[in-house]
Design a protein around this ligand. Structure first.
Ligand code: FAD
Length: 316
């Protein structure tokens, strides 16, 4: 079922979450062990992220050979495995970075055959050695171009027009939104216009970057509505779990942490206390969002379920 249909049918706020594929060489069982406890909150779908490829240097006879690899492959396989095992919808994250348009087309064909009809269309970040995102030769530069490719398939239009009169696909497409603006964007308004471009290209819903201050989400939604973005805007939340998050989250996701939260973490005596504080903060955020009538809250589990489990128990 489409994510937008799940949302339309919901009588109360729904629970969903995102997982990351295991590192190459690890078993999928660990992922299942983390998904199992969250099933009691009836997630209508689970998102599975895709990682960018990266360079590794292999020493051979005193020389280093540069190879390209993806440390966490398997997004689509995991989506199919979860869909089959738990009988629920899965949403693979489809990136511009690292894929040619042709490879994207084949990925979408595979999704269609597997009965996966929802995707998140994302540009992806720069590779580790790059300062800024560089489009893959033959790939898309921005997420809205990827959305357009999916919409073309929804009209039965393949690349290079090699197939005519084909059965149209029916993908429901999510895109990313940034309540604190995307870090490359010169201003909030400019970023919102880019978001509108993605929606105008055919995106059906938006999932936000994590935020720790609900006021930023509410303001973002108001501004989006003002410029005619009328699709569901799903809030994405993550509980702080360790002290290092105070530096890591702003650095990786280019977000601010509220003073009260930072002060609270700094007062904690142990990581156990920080974890508890993170859960309480996330519960308080979720309660306010539920009261405001958001259709669904999407939790960034990063593959670990125990703190999301405690949040879910309080709310869903
Ligand atoms: P875009 O919408 O293409 O925007 C990128 C930047 O370009 C923005 O600053 C935008 O304002 C600007 N822009 C857009 N169009 C134009 C234009 N025509 N001209 C000039 N500027 C323009 N990353 C991963 O690698 N894997 C994942 O699985 C993943 N999942 C995510 C899930 C969510 C919910 C979110 C919020 C992010 C996720 N990301 C993931 C991170 C995402 O890939 C990065 O934030 C990336 O830097 C931007 O992706 P985007 O799709 O928002 O890009």
């Amino acid at each position: 079922m489409k994510i937008t249909e799940h949302i339309k049918q919901a009588k109360e706020t729904l629970f969903s979450f995102e997982i990351i594929p295991p590192k190459k060489g690890n078993s999928i069982q660990d992922l299942y062990d983390n998904i199992d406890p969250l099933m009691e909150f009836n997630p209508p779908f689970i998102d599975v992220t895709t990682s960018r490829e990266e360079y590794v240097y292999i020493e051979k006879d005193g020389l280093f050979d540069r190879k390209i690899t993806r440390m966490r492959p398997g997004t689509l396989g995991i989506c199919a495995a979860i869909k089959h095992k738990y009988n629920l919808d899965t949403v693979p994250h489809v990136l511009c970075g690292g894929f040619t348009k042709e490879e994207t087309e084949y990925l979408l064909v595979d999704c269609h055959y597997l009965g996966i009809h929802n995707i998140m269309a994302l540009r992806g970040d720069a590779m580790k050695h790059q300062k800024i995102f560089e489009p893959t030769p033959g790939g898309h530069a921005y997420a809205h171009d990827l959305v357009k490719q999916v919409m073309d398939l929804n009209r039965g239009k393949y690349l290079h027009q090699v197939v005519e009169g084909s059965e149209p696909y029916d993908f429901c497409v999510g895109v990313a939104g940034y309540p604190e603006k995307h870090y490359e964007s010169p201003s909030m308004n400019s970023d919102l216009k880019r978001l509108k471009q993605k929606v105008d290209a055919g995106a059906d819903y938006v999932v936000t970057q994590m935020f720790f201050d609900n006021a930023k989400y509410f303001e973002f939604v108001d501004k989006a509505r003002e410029i005619g973005i009328n699709v569901p805007i799903i809030p994405g939340l993550k509980p702080i779990a360790v002290e290092r998050h105070l530096q890591l989250l702003p650095q990786i996701f280019k977000i601010d942490l509220p003073e009260d939260l930072v002060a609270g973490v700094e007062k904690c005596q142990s990581n156990k206390d920080i974890r508890t504080l993170g859960i309480e903060w996330c519960i308080a955020q979720s309660k306010e969002l539920i009261q405001a009538g958001v259709p669904l809250i999407h939790y960034y589990s990063m593959g670990k379920s125990s703190n999301i489990m405690e949040i879910g128990k309080e709310l869903f």
